[in-house]
Structure formats: C-alpha cells, structure tokens
Design a protein around this ligand. Sequence first.
Ligand code: B16
Ligand code: MG
Length: 223
Amino acid sequence: MPLDINSKIKGVIFDLDGVIVDTAKFHFNSWKKIASEWNYELKYNDNEKLKGVSRMDSVLKIAEWAEINLSSEELEHAANRKNEIYTELCAKLTPEHILPGIMSLINQLKANNICIALGSASKNARLVLKKIGLLTLFDVIVDGNDVSKSKPNPEVFIKAAKQMNLLPKNCVVVEDAPAGIIAALSANMKVIGIGKSNELHTANLVIENSKNLSIDLLNQISG
Ligand code: B16
Ligand code: MG
C-alpha cells in the first residue's frame, strides 16, 4: 500500500519498550522485585504511570508510593539493581520477540522513502535493538542517553525530528504509554497509540494490537 500522494508524513518515530518489543513486562517485573523489598506491591495501574518514564524518575515514584525514605545513594543503588534484573531478562531476547506488525510497517515505510527513528526513554535501547537484530535499521536513534528530560517532556521526539531534518508536523509517533502520547502531542506531532483506548484516548488514533499497524493508518491521520 503506498502513502497518499498528499500525505505530510515524512518520518515515523517508534517508541521501543511496549511498541517494538514487549520489554514493558520486563521493566514491570524488575520494578516489582525492588518494590516488594520495600513491602510494596507494585500494581498494574502503578506500572502504567512508569511506562516511558526514566529509571531515576521511576525509582523516585515507587519510593513515594511505598512511603519509604531513602538517601540519594540508596535510590541510585535500587535503580542499579533494577537494571541488573532487567538486563538479565533482556539477555534472552531474539528477533522472534519483535512484536507483530512492526517489521511489515517498517518495510512499507522504507518502500515509501519515509524516514524511521527510534525515540525511547531507555538507556538500554541499543542493547535491546542489538538483541532483536534491528540496531542498523533506523535512520536515527535517540534514547535515554541522549536526553536530559524524560517523557512526558517532548525532548526525545524533538531531537529525533531534528536529526531526521524534519519538522515536527511532518512526523508521526507510535507509542504505548500515556507519558509518551503527551510527549508526542506537545512536540506538535501526530501520534498512534497501541493499547487500551480508555488509557490512550488522547492519541490521534488508537489500535489495540501492533498487528493492525499499516501505512493506511498514516494516511488516516496525516490530514
Ligand atoms: P532504562 P520506552 C522506557 O522505554 C520504558 O517504558 C520505561 O519503563 C523505562 O523506565 C525507561 O524506558 C527507562 O529505561 O531503565 O532501560 O533506561 O518505552 O520509552 O522505549
Ligand atoms: Mg513504551
């Protein structure tokens, strides 16, 4: 399927965790372990608030929910331990873990000369991309090592657009997290949400499953 001849879309920015690969559940399980040591049971709704949020901002939120007072060294130690658990889980990733619909959309985008970028809050983004065999596929990669403010701040997406030499209005973001959707909209970009429509309702369009991604959705929202 070709992109509409009148389409404004020149670049697509993909979130990583929860969009390209289901590492969102690895983040959740790793934080759950840390929280349980603080006698706090991390719940589904808590985790929704952590998606797209940086490691340090996440540890601060969890300590607050657990009503535990820790020094900055202790918080950093907990964040480091969470990362050890998380990277151990990532060690088993292979290209088979790429979520349905992603490769087919990327191939359609490339066939239409649309730039593709990664816009992730994760400092492990390159490691994960390498494990799933996609490290060399993106025209631009902006991750947690390149930004000072995490989503919902739009910095990651604005940097990705700049590196693609594109204006924000010519970019579409694909996101699974409420914080990422706020970031994309405040960057002045269109956004496709993947997940539950009641949680992602501010996106320009929401699909429940990445298998339904197609270039036709870009035609629908590029207006
Ligand atoms: P790390 P994304 C985000 O990645 C995750 O959604 C979030 O849960 C995580 O805390 C954050 O990356 C930082 O990850 O600890 O690996 O640096 O969804 O923006 O691709
Ligand atoms: Mg995500």
